[in-house]
Design a protein around this ligand. Structure first.
Ligand code: 4G3
Length: 244
């Protein structure tokens, strides 16, 4: 997978793209990152990339031509998904991460709050994505969030220890509680079932705890789920426990 990032602050990406899972994915050639300062594509000798808005008003607007030239310089044989990170975008979630993870080439456009010339939205960008209802100084941090969640889904990215399949959200439920050694820490014990070695009971306990946690913290997620018979049975058990 090739990922291009268009930004005025390329230095922001150095650490993130060379650390941890993203760094390893790059070394394993699972992903090929290219960070470009789109100021290099400005036609003016001063590298101007924004200008005052037609119709007056404060702030500056990002000019279309540097971004159009930058994207056109990197388009390969297939037209890439050109993603604009902005608060007005489609709310990002794991489902969209899984969709983007299937793409061969993604281009992220990271702009700053001044705003974008509408022709960028209308004729260059294929997707507008928001990572949440809040405003950041620029699209860079939002792009890093999307890139992280997409690259970790690439085959081979997580190594064989972990798998993205059991993640929260991939099952549609929140994760069950995790424990590791010691079996008792300051008097706080690991649930016996996890020490029992009884695999079927452990699987059942984990599903029940995921259901408990999801029902408590994110009932909205539970509503969206197609409940299996097993899940309905466990939810009924949780209800019965609550009544005791
Ligand atoms: N929630 C987000 O994904 C998000 C994305 C970007 C951003 N800031 C840059 C920007 C870019 C464009 C318009 C605009 O209004 C702000 N802030 C928040």
């Amino acid at each position: 997978m090739r990922i291009d990032i268009l930004t005025l602050f390329p230095e922001m990406f150095a650490g993130v793209l060379s650390s941890s899972i993203l760094g390893k994915a790059r070394e394993k050639e699972i992903v090929d990152f290219h960070v470009t300062n789109f100021r290099e594509f400005s036609e003016s000798k001063h590298g101007t990339v924004d200008d005052t808005p037609y119709g007056g008003g404060g702030g500056m607007v990002l000019k279309p031509e540097p971004l159009f030239r930058a994207v056109e310089s990197m388009a390969g044989e297939k037209k890439p998904r050109v993603i604009l990170m902005c608060p007005q975008g489609v709310p990002y979630n794991q489902k969209l991460a899984e969709e983007l993870a299937k793409e061969e080439h993604l281009v992220f456009v990271c702009g700053h709050y001044e705003g974008y010339d509408e022709r960028i939205r209308e004729h260059l960008v294929t997707d507008e994505i928001s990572i949440g209802d809040y405003v950041l100084t620029g699209g860079e941090l939002a792009a890093m969030v999307v890139i992280d969640s997409v690259v970790r889904l690439q085959p081979g990215a997580l190594g064989n220890q972990t798998s993205a399949v059991e993640d929260s959200f991939s099952t549609g439920l929140l994760e069950y509680p995790h424990y590791t050694r010691p079996a008792e820490f300051r008097g706080w014990k690991v649930p016996d079932v996890l020490l029992s070695g009884h695999h079927a009971n452990i699987v059942k306990w984990r599903l029940k705890e995921s259901l408990r946690r999801t029902r408590e913290r994110r009932p909205d997620l539970l509503k969206k789920l197609e409940l299996t018979a097993e899940m309905k049975k466990l939810l009924a058990e949780l209800d019965a426990e609550k009544k005791i």
